[in-house]
Design a protein around this ligand. Sequence first.
Ligand code: ZN
Length: 315
Amino acid sequence: MPGGEGFHAPDGRAVCGRSGRYRPGGGVGVRVPPDRAPRKDGRAGAAARAGADLAGRWGPGHNGAVTPLTCDLWWGDITAITPDRLRDLYGLLDADERRRHARFRMQADKDRYALAHGLARLAVGRAAGIAPESVAFDLRCIPCERKADPPDRGPHGKPRPSGPAEGLEISFSHSGDRVLLAMARGVAVGADVERVRQLHTGLDGLLDHALTEGERADLAALGPRDREAAFFTYWSRKEALLKATGEGVGNLTAVALSVPGAPIEVRSWDSPDAPPPGHVQLRDVPAGEDYRAAVAALTPRPLEVVFRDTDDLLR
Ligand SMILES: [Zn+2]
């Protein structure tokens, strides 16, 4: 596998508290500062609004919840998968997934899709005690649900295991040669991996798309050598958060984060789907030199990230 040894954690190795504000007993991994939650114009902040709406739905506050949430992670590497194995994984996909697979024009996109969805089926099937090909997913797209006149695109959006696998939550992501799969029980999770691209034309076009004004200023203060990697750290963290809520990654500037290198902090989250302060955990996932990755979980409980052996899943 390319990218060094950083992500080759042996099965079962727990990586927690590597970054972010992990406070044992407090269970608050990421703080939304109360003074920043309300907006300056007097309108209640998104996090505060969500807190009122969702505190009940998400169970007790952090005072009563100290059992860590285990989030299992699997890495997939497209360069380490044989064509036979890929065919086997494709064989696990349902009719809807095969239709999507067929729509990709590039073979590399097809392969990443088959790997990501195949791994998800293997992991969920094993955890639920059912055959991987029989795992059913409900797809839900919150951005489309919000539209007055949603486009008729058929089922799409964040997949959620249903039937016998209900209660398991997954998220997956692919970039370059890599696939990252996250799974947890009873708590929504979001995972994202980004290949650190050499952006020859500079970051300017992407900066406005992905970062708030404050984040752009923080990034500009970093040395030129650190800037690109830091940008993709921002990007992966934001996507992990937005994928956890399922609100979609179309609006990366809805979330404002502390600058990479400083403790992870969600400074603001302006969305009706934003979790209440203290109800989100966000971690970087070691991914080697060439990638940045992050995982988020919508819970006040401390997050324990455990790397699982992908070969074991494929066996
Ligand atoms: Zn949609």
